[in-house]
Ligand binder design. Structure first.
Ligand SMILES: Nc1ncnc2c1ncn2[C@@H]1O[C@H](COP(=O)(O)OP(=O)(O)OP(=O)(O)O)[C@@H](O)[C@H]1O
Ligand SMILES: Cc1ncc(C[n+]2csc(CCOP(=O)(O)O)c2C)c(N)n1
Ligand SMILES: [Mg+2]
Length: 340
């Protein structure tokens, strides 16, 4: 029998392959595989369902991840996927895989973080599953949410000339992780060295305590603006913008000088000898919303301080970065891909 290595498909190729083998059989299934959350017709509203799994060693390192933060983040990343459909999360289930290295106190701490997130995002913990894990700690969360039927937003609705917006700065979480990894190595080499993170607090905060931008969903709703397409940035602006472009059948022009990058991100990029633009495009785990709006909504969205226009959509399907130096460069999906 033929054997194909996973890296020949990559994460997204594998998802497409799985998707191609299934057809939905229920009229209530409005959208299955392929967006930030599935969409189910439950009567006067759409119900949204999304799931995210976090693995020790892949998504977090317990040597520098407080379990309270891990619990909060596991909820936030799911709430963010519901927000990316223009919805509001309401319920979660939590599944944990435990190794004997984890104490009861550690689980208490994880659930303190989960509880804090439930309170701040107004969601209910309604169930889950508990198992032993042979390969480190695992936490997986499924979230449900709701959206008015006429307000649902998919990845595939972007139109040429729509304005491309992002809800905050990019690349900070990437450098937060680099800083934590560096401090870990320093500590391993000399355990009497205490990490000096005060200057990098902003960056470390972005990787350990990301927020879902539900505030923006509420603000857009109050302004009566429904984006034409939306995604949350988990794998990097480049990769996630490409999802919007491929699914919408459009291209994009992003302006390098409009990419929101904080000063501390710039400074740390120099320190690590990494281009801040590369980090903003491909770093991932920013959990900002990336969305498009019709030009006629531009005046309204300008009133929201955290909505930053970074480019526009084009009929031509090329996805490009307009460089400060003049000219353009192709934007490629070089961000996070689990199987490459
Ligand atoms: N193993 C799988 N089987 C079926 N569907 C899958 C599988 N993995 C992912 N999907 C579906 O593929 C789509 C894209 O998934 P993906 O995890 O990339 O979502 P995302 O929102 O881009 O990323 P993130 O999980 O970081 O928020 C979703 O509809 C998801 O439900
Ligand atoms: C220990 C450790 N190593 C690497 C990373 C970086 N990282 C992991 S998953 C991911 C993308 C989103 O994943 P998903 O699509 O599964 O939500 C990124 C950028 C980290 N946070 N911790
Ligand atoms: Mg998503």
């Amino acid at each position: 029998m033929e054997r194909t290595e996973l890296n020949t498909l990559g994460e997204f190729g594998l998802i497409d392959r799985i998707k191609s083998k299934f057809t939905n059989q229920n009229a209530e299934t409005i959208k299955g595989i392929g967006d930030d959350a599935a969409v189910i017709d439950v009567g006067d509203k759409y119900m949204l369902v999304t799931t995210d799994i976090l693995f020790e060693g892949i998504h977090f390192d317990l040597s520098y991840t407080p379990l309270r933060h891990l619990g909060y983040k596991a909820v936030a990343v799911n709430v963010s996927d519901i927000a990316a459909m223009n919805g509001i999360a309401k319920q979660i289930t939590v599944t944990i895989g435990l190794s004997n290295r984890i104490s009861v106190e550690a689980i208490d701490e994880l659930y303190e973080g989960i509880k804090f997130a439930c309170e701040s995002y107004n969601v209910d913990l309604i169930g889950g599953d508990t198992s032993a894990s042979a390969s480190g700690f695992v936490v997986s969360i499924t979230a449900t949410g709701f959206v008015d039927k006429d307000k649902i937003v998919y990845r595939n609705g972007a139109k040429p000339n729509d304005i491309l917006c992002v809800t905050g700065d990019l690349g900070a979480a990437y450098f937060g992780l680099q800083v934590l990894e560096r401090e870990k190595q320093v500590y391993l080499a000399n355990p009497s060295m205490q990490p000096e993170l005060t200057e990098k607090e902003y960056l470390v905060g972005k990787i350990l305590k990301p927020e879902a931008r539900t505030d923006i969903i509420h603000e857009l709703n109050e302004l009566g603006v429904v984006p034409s397409s939306m995604i949350d940035i988990s794998d990097g602006l480049a990769s996630d913008l490409l999802h919007i472009c491929t699914q919408s059948g459009v291209g994009a022009m992003v302006f390098e000088d409009k990419l929101p990058i904080e000063d501390i991100t710039m400074l740390t990029a120099t320190e690590f000898n990494v281009s801040p633009i590369t980090a903003a495009l491909n770093g991932g785990e920013d959990y900002q919303l990336l969305f498009t709006v019709k030009q006629s909504d531009f005046d309204k969205i300008q009133k929201v301080s955290d909505v930053l226009p970074i480019g526009y959509m084009t009929q031509d399907t090329a996805v490009q970065l307009a460089l400060n130096s003049g000219g353009t460069a192709a934007i490629k999906a070089q961000g996070w891909n689990h199987l490459r």
